[in-house]
Design a protein around this ligand. Structure first.
Ligand code: GLU
Length: 549
C-alpha cells in the first residue's frame, strides 16, 4: 500500500510538514535544568482544589528552576465549554498566587509556542496525523457505533479484553481503493493509531512522583483524530507537549492507565518523553473512612468556596504546600519568616497515595498566617473580600475604620498573638458584636447566677462603669461588685468553699460579657469596652437588663 498516497487522500489540505512545525517551535532557549510546565484545563467553568494543587506543583517546578509555566486550554470537547470560563480560571488562579508566563491570557494569548487553545490547532494535529498515516502508523477507520458495540458484545461473551485492537480493528488493512471508495461515498471515519504493542510486554516509565512504573504495553488502536478532525486527549497531549517543549507533565493519576498509549505515540512520532508526574487525588476523612473529595458532597472542593468564605490566599497556598511536599511543614517550623518561594519544592516529596485534605488543618494554618499580619493588612484583606461578597459590610467597615483597626489590634504582635481569626466570613462573625446592626446574643447566662442576680449585677455595673478606669481599676470594681453580691472575688476561694458563695467573679464578669458581646467567651473585656466606647457599652447593659424582663 502506498501510504503517502493514502495520507494525501485523507489530508489534501495539509501542506505543512512536521519539519515545518519543528522549525516554528524550536527547543526553548533556557538555562540548563530549567523546567517547562503547563496547566491544561478544559474550560468547563468548574475549578477545583485539585487544579490548584497541580498548578502549585507546576508553578513551583517552573519558577524555581528559571523555566516557563504556560496555560493551554484544552477545549476540544465543545459540549463542556462554558462561556467566560478562561478569564474566570486565570483570575481564580491569580487570586491564589498562580501566574502564568505564557499561553492563554485574560484577553488573547501570549508566547511563541501557540496557539494555546487546542481548538485553534486543528491543522497542526492533522499534519502529524497525516505524517503517521504516511508512515503506515495510523489509518482511517470507518467502523460505525453499531459495529463497535457488536465487537464489544462479542469480546464480553468471549471474556476478551474490550476495544479495537488486532483482529477487531476491522479497518486496519483496507486497500487504498476501498478507502477511496468509502470516502467517495461519504462514509465518516476516524483516524486510529496502528498499535504494535503487546500487553504481555511492559514499558517502564520513571515518574517524577512515583519513581519507576512498569505498565503493560498498549495494544489498542486508539482514535487520534475524531470524525470532525479534532484530536483526542491522547494525541493532543503528545503533539502539544512536544511542540510546546514541555519538560514536566504534571497531571492527575486518572491518566496513569493511558500512559502506555502516550509512550507509544511519543515513540511513533520519534520524540523524547517528558517527565510525567502523576499526582494523587485529594481525599478527605468522612467519619472513620477516607474518601475522594466529591463535587456533589463537598463544597470545599470548589476554589470558589475559598474566595466566598474569604480564606486568605496565602493561607491556602501555605496549606497546600504542606500537603504537596511532605517536608514542607518541617521546613516552615525551621523558617517561620521565610517566603514560601524559598522552600525547595520537589516532586520526589509529593505523595503517591491519596493526599489527605483536612479543612481543620487549613483553618489552623489560616490562624497562623493571619496572626503574622498587621492589623492594617487584616483590615485591607477584609475590606477587599467584603467589597466583593458583602458590600453592606464593606461600607460599615470603611466607615468605622479606626474601630476595625483597634479590633484587629487586640493581642496582635508580641510573643503569643491571639489566633482566633480564620477567614473573612468567620472573622466578621467573630467580631460582629462590635456593631449594633449585627449584634446577637449567642450564649446564655452562667447557671451559677440567678436571673434576679443577673439583673442586679447589670444594674450595679451600669451605675459604676467608667471608661476612664484602667484595666486594673476596672477589674477591681468588678471584684468588689461580686463580693458585694455574695460571689467570691477569686475562683479559687469559691472552689475551696463552694457553700459560702453563690459563685465567683468569673461568673459575674460573664454576665457582663454576655450583655456586651452576646458570648461568654471573648478577648479581653476591658479592651473591648475601650474600643466600643461608653455609649455602646451602656446601651448593651441597659438592653440586657431590659431583656431579662
Ligand atoms: N484537560 C486535561 C484535564 O483536564 C488535562 C490533563 C493534562 O494535564 O494533561 O484533565
Amino acid at each position: 500500500m502506498d501510504y503517502n498516497k493514502l495520507a494525501n487522500l485523507l489530508f489534501p489540505q495539509i501542506r505543512k510538514t512536521p519539519e515545518d512545525y519543528e522549525q516554528m517551535y524550536p527547543p526553548r532557549k533556557l538555562p540548563e535544568g530549567a523546567k517547562v510546565t503547563r496547566l491544561g484545563p478544559s474550560p468547563t467553568g468548574f475549578i477545583h482544589l485539585g487544579n490548584l494543587y497541580g498548578a502549585f506543583a507546576d508553578e513551583r517546578l517552573a519558577h524555581q528552576s528559571g523555566g516557563v509555566f504556560f496555560l493551554r486550554i484544552e477545549d476540544t470537547d465543545d459540549k463542556r465549554e462554558v462561556q467566560g470560563a478562561v478569564p474566570m480560571l486565570i483570575q481564580a488562579l491569580h487570586h491564589f498566587g498562580v501566574n502564568f508566563d505564557e499561553g492563554a491570557t485574560m484577553n488573547g494569548e501570549t508566547g511563541d509556542y501557540g496557539p494555546y487553545y487546542q481548538s485553534r490547532r486543528g491543522e497542526i494535529y492533522q499534519c502529524f496525523a497525516k505524517s503517521l498515516v504516511a508512515q503506515g502508523l495510523a489509518y482511517p477507520c470507518f467502523m460505525t457505533e453499531e459495529e463497535i458495540a457488536a465487537v464489544r458484545a462479542e469480546q464480553e461473551a468471549q471474556k476478551k479484553n474490550p476495544g479495537i485492537y488486532g483482529a477487531y480493528a476491522k479497518c486496519r488493512d483496507l486497500s487504498f481503493e476501498e478507502v477511496a471508495e468509502r470516502i467517495g461515498s461519504g462514509q465518516e471515519y476516524v483516524i486510529r493509531f496502528r498499535s504494535n504493542g503487546n500487553p504481555e510486554n511492559h514499558v517502564t516509565v520513571v515518574d517524577g512522583i512515583r519513581g519507576p512504573l512498569s505498565l503493560p504495553e498498549n495494544d489498542q488502536d486508539v482514535v487520534i483524530l475524531k470524525k470532525t478532525g479534532i484530536p483526542t486527549y491522547h494525541f493532543a497531549h503528545v503533539v502539544d507537549d512536544h511542540l510546546m517543549r514541555t519538560t514536566h507533565v504534571v497531571r492527575g493519576e486518572e491518566w496513569l492507565s493511558s500512559l502506555p498509549i502516550h509512550v507509544a505515540l511519543f515513540q511513533a512520532l520519534g520524540w523524547e518523553l517528558p517527565t510525567y508526574c502523576h499526582t494523587t487525588v485529594l481525599m478527605k476523612m468522612d467519619g472513620e473512612t477516607k474518601r475522594k473529595l466529591s463535587k456533589r458532597k463537598d463544597p470545599e472542593l470548589s476554589l470558589e468556596y475559598y474566595k466566598q468564605e474569604g480564606y486568605h490566599p496565602e493561607a491556602v497556598r501555605e496549606y497546600l504546600l504542606t500537603i504537596l511536599n511532605s517536608n514542607y511543614e518541617e521546613w516552615r517550623i525551621a523558617n517561620p519568616e521565610a517566603a514560601a518561594e524559598d522552600f525547595c519544592f520537589s516532586t520526589e516529596k509529593m505523595s503517591n497515595s491519596g493526599t489527605l485534605f483536612d479543612l481543620d488543618k487549613l483553618n489552623d494554618v489560616c490562624k497562623d498566617v493571619l496572626a503574622r499580619m498587621s492589623a492594617e493588612e487584616v483590615l485591607l484583606y477584609m475590606l477587599k473580600w467584603a467589597e466583593e461578597y458583602q458590600p453592606g459590610l464593606a461600607a460599615l467597615m470603611a466607615e468605622q475604620r479606626d474601630k476595625m483597626l483597634s479590633i484587629f489590634s487586640i493581642d496582635r504582635g508580641g510573643e503569643k498573638p491571639r489566633k482566633d481569626l480564620i477567614y473573612c466570613r468567620q472573622i466578621f462573625r467573630f467580631i460582629s458584636y462590635f456593631f449594633d446592626e449585627h449584634f446577637i446574643v449567642e450564649d446564655s447566662y452562667p447557671a451559677e447566677v440567678s436571673m434576679k442576680d443577673a439583673k442586679e449585677i447589670l444594674n450595679r455595673y451600669f451605675q459604676s462603669y467608667d471608661a476612664e478606669d484602667d484595666n486594673e481599676a476596672w477589674f477591681a470594681k468588678v471584684r468588689q461588685l461580686a463580693a458585694d453580691m455574695g460571689y467570691a472575688q477569686k475562683p479559687k476561694d469559691f472552689k475551696k468553699n463552694p457553700d459560702q458563695y453563690k459563685g465567683h467573679v468569673g461568673h459575674v464578669s460573664n454576665v457582663i460579657r454576655l450583655a456586651i458581646t452576646g458570648r461568654t467567651n471573648s478577648p479581653d473585656l476591658w479592651l473591648i469596652q475601650q474600643i466600643m466606647g461608653t455609649e455602646q457599652v451602656k446601651g448593651r447593659i441597659a438592653q440586657a437588663f431590659q431583656d431579662i424582663g
